[in-house]
Ligand binder design. Structure first.
Ligand SMILES: Nc1nc2c(ncn2[C@@H]2O[C@H](COP(=O)(O)OP(=O)(O)OP(=O)(O)O)[C@@H](O)[C@H]2O)c(=O)[nH]1
Ligand SMILES: [Mg+2]
Length: 383
């Protein structure tokens, strides 16, 4: 489940946006550091694939909190829809949702323009349908894009895998992987690397897959992972995720493998905290924010596990899973968290300074820490 109010449109400002009231978002001023960067300069994520494969649904569910059931009523996309994510999420990029019937040989299709400043190309294949035509289209799309810009990350979503048995899923993935790579090898394009994901809008898999797509566009990822590794090893934490709170995409995690259940648990915790905060956390006149620098929550589970969520900055939250016995050292965890938060802020500061000095670098997504009210301490070191 991704939305708490999926089947109900009578929740006033809560409808359509799951756990967030409609006005919970980021005002344009939040991104003022980057106002010099025009929309067209932002790195792009392209969504391509055959008609009805699920492109628009993915974009709506992940970035606009549409409930999966509502996507049944989406109309077919007639022309490219450009969606600027910079004001609703801390990672700055544009998503271009293409119509399924796009024709590359149409003179109006300008490959240089479309693939030139593209960070990632997500190709969506409907796993519930015959996929031979989709594979042909995948091949023609990626080869064309690769010729224009070999730096593009090619991501293949084997989509709509809900309702398909686990064995069959693996079989489909193996078959698609094999055929797509064979075709590339035949074309002499071994250096073109495709990543494959099994996705569905009806569970967390689409958020997980999109997290990985976005992470590849964040140049600071190794630093963030390193900081998370240090934090968990010094605090007795099992697993830690750095979340973009609005989209519930995780932009980094420690280097231990991610299991889906942990990720789902952490996503659900964000929902619970924001829901409670929306109901009880606002001032009487409705002022205030459901998510601010005071946001901190711990949940003790009945299996000796503790969940710990804390605000890192206006866009980010740290969500950790740890054993109950390690939570006895709460003071240490809190202290280490503060050091971690400062270190994250320093990473953003360095990034922002570099951007100011060198102008915009268009190859990676923008990580925006500008609105962080917490000043970096000179001596901040993660213990
Ligand atoms: N079962 C299932 N259905 C899905 C999933 N994702 C999308 N759909 C359905 O697929 C249908 C087509 O979705 P769209 O998002 O409009 O597809 P599209 O690729 O944007 O189509 P065009 O705009 O025509 O190219 C809708 O009825 C969605 O509800 C999924 O993960 N599982
Ligand atoms: Mg569409």
């Amino acid at each position: 489940m991704t939305d708490s109010y999926d089947d109900d449109d009578n929740f006033g400002s809560y409808s359509m946006v799951g756990s967030f009231p409609k006005d919970f978002g980021y005002e344009p001023g939040d991104n003022e550091d980057y106002s010099t960067q025009s929309s067209d300069e932002k790195p792009r994520i392209l969504l391509m694939g055959l008609r009805r494969s699920g492109k628009s649904s993915i974009q709506k569910v992940v970035f606009h909190k549409m409930s999966p059931n509502e996507t049944l009523f989406l109309e077919s996309t007639a022309k490219v829809v450009k969606d600027d994510i910079s004001n609703s999420s801390f990672v700055q990029f544009q998503i271009w949702d293409f119509p399924g019937q796009i024709d590359f040989f149409d003179p109006a299709f300008d490959s240089e323009l479309i693939f030139g400043n593209c960070g990632a190309l997500v190709f969506v294949i409907d796993a519930q349908d015959e996929y031979m035509e989709a594979l042909q289209k995948l091949h023609s799309t990626v080869t064309r894009a690769y010729k224009v810009n070999p730096k593009i990350k090619f991501e293949v979503f084997i989509h709509k895998v809900d309702g398909i048995s686990d064995d069959h899923k693996i079989e489909i993935q193996r078959d698609i992987h094999q055929r797509a790579n064979d075709e590339l090898a035949d074309a002499g394009l071994e250096s073109l690397y495709l990543s494959f994901y099994l996705t569905s809008i009806y569970d967390h898999s689409i958020f997980e897959a999109f997290s990985k797509v976005v992470q590849k566009l964040i140049p600071q990822l190794p630093t963030l992972e390193n900081l998370l590794d240090i934090l968990i090893s010094r605090s007795g934490i099992e697993k830690a995720f750095l979340f973009d709170v609005v989209s519930k995409i995780y932009i980094a995690t420690d280097s231990a493998p991610v299991d889906m259940q942990s990720y789902e648990l952490c996503c659900d915790m964000i929902d619970v905290v924001i829901d409670i905060s929306c109901i009880y956390g606002l001032k009487d006149d409705g002022e205030g924010s459901a998510y601010d620098q005071e946001t901190l929550s711990t949940i003790k589970m009945n299996n000796t596990t503790v969940l710990y969520l804390r605000e890192v900055n206006k866009f980010l939250a740290l969500v950790c899973i740890l054993r109950e016995e390690n939570f006895d050292k709460r003071g240490l965890i809190d202290y280490n968290f503060l050091c971690f938060r400062n270190a994250i802020q320093e990473v953003f500061d360095v990034r922002n300074n570099a951007l100011e000095g060198a102008g915009a670098d268009s190859s990676g997504a923008r990580v925006n820490g500008a609105a962080n009210p917490h000043k970096a301490r000179d001596d901040s070191v993660v213990v």
